[in-house]
Design a protein around this ligand. Sequence first.
Ligand SMILES: Cc1cc2nc3c(=O)[nH]c(=O)nc-3n(C[C@H](O)[C@H](O)[C@H](O)COP(=O)(O)OP(=O)(O)OC[C@H]3O[C@@H](n4cnc5c(N)ncnc54)[C@H](O)[C@@H]3O)c2cc1C
Ligand code: SF4
Length: 332
Amino acid sequence: MRAISYTRATDVHSAVEAVTSDPGSSFLAGGTTEVDLLRLDVLRPHRLVDINRLPLTGVEERADGGLLIGALARMSEVAEDPAVVERYPMLSQALLLGASAQLRHMASMGGNLMQRVRCAYYRDPESACNKRVPGSGCSALEGVHRGHAILGTSEHCIATHPSDLAVALVALDAVVHVEGMDGARTIPVDDFFLLPGDTPEREHPLTPGELITAIEVPALSMARRSLYLKVRDRESYEFALASAAAALALEDGVVREVRLALGGVATKPWRARRAEDVLMGERADDAAFTRAATAELAPATTRPMNAFKAELARRTLVRALRTVATTGGGTA
Ligand SMILES: Cc1cc2nc3c(=O)[nH]c(=O)nc-3n(C[C@H](O)[C@H](O)[C@H](O)COP(=O)(O)OP(=O)(O)OC[C@H]3O[C@@H](n4cnc5c(N)ncnc54)[C@H](O)[C@@H]3O)c2cc1C
Ligand code: SF4
């Protein structure tokens, strides 16, 4: 194994400076992705900058009634936070349906947003992969692509974004707080994830060394009636084949406000704006839910092995909407 040096940062500035000044460095949070890929020789940092001592933990109340979640808060801690469970059930459910209990105790919120793609070709240094080696080709296009994306794809990459958390955050219009050598800035979570286009190796708008410090979830009273529904090959410990985050505000059975996002089917956490537009002002019934889901999946580009995902995503979105409309959310 290659030699890797390790330093532990004690403040945000020194952590940012350490990685910015040395492009061969990488932040280390829970290590559940970073160490995994380092062992596979897919990531090759020569120095890890451990950020676990930085004061970026906890869930804090904001003046507007929203929450500021520290980048180093653990997935399990946030999933069980009473304010998250009560005000944003879809967020709590998305976290609890991700990975395993052991991983959720280790894995941080910032690390979850920055986790790498789960495409098997990306994780195999012998395979062509434009994300790992730009310009080398995409083995998934003609290879095994059952789990791959049908929305937001390009001829250069069809990998799905793996994070469940990010799907809920994009539906909630959350904002990512980051800090770099030029100071702090915020990025709406929908802009934080880039489509692959011609540059699949570029997944975020971060400059090298920029650190996620927190995730801000704005106040949204309708999110109390919300759901994250995840469909996967196994009941637990598995990434989504299709998932849906849904929040609904109804008035006399009519949709007054709606927030929707899809996971497991797109190259980024997918805000389902077409479906939202179809539903606004409609009666909250199965016919409208089906029209909305069909509109969202209309631009899907499928391949032989993942063609089933268009119908699966449509049904997942309809079921999520029906559940929120009839029960207010609860468990998926
Ligand atoms: C077997 C398995 C199953 C899983 N299943 C799921 C699942 O179903 N759903 C799901 O959503 N996730 C799943 N995951 C992914 C898991 O949630 C992530 O591995 C985890 O959230 C990453 O967090 P971490 O703190 O361990 O990050 P690390 O591994 O420490 O870091 C990951 C990446 O993020 C960077 N990074 C970390 N923190 C920051 C920061 N604050 N600012 C900038 N960069 C940063 C690191 O440099 C690294 O590149 C699974 C993982 C495994 C191993
Ligand atoms: S789908 Fe993306 S990650 Fe997978 S092999 Fe193709 S370029 Fe690489």
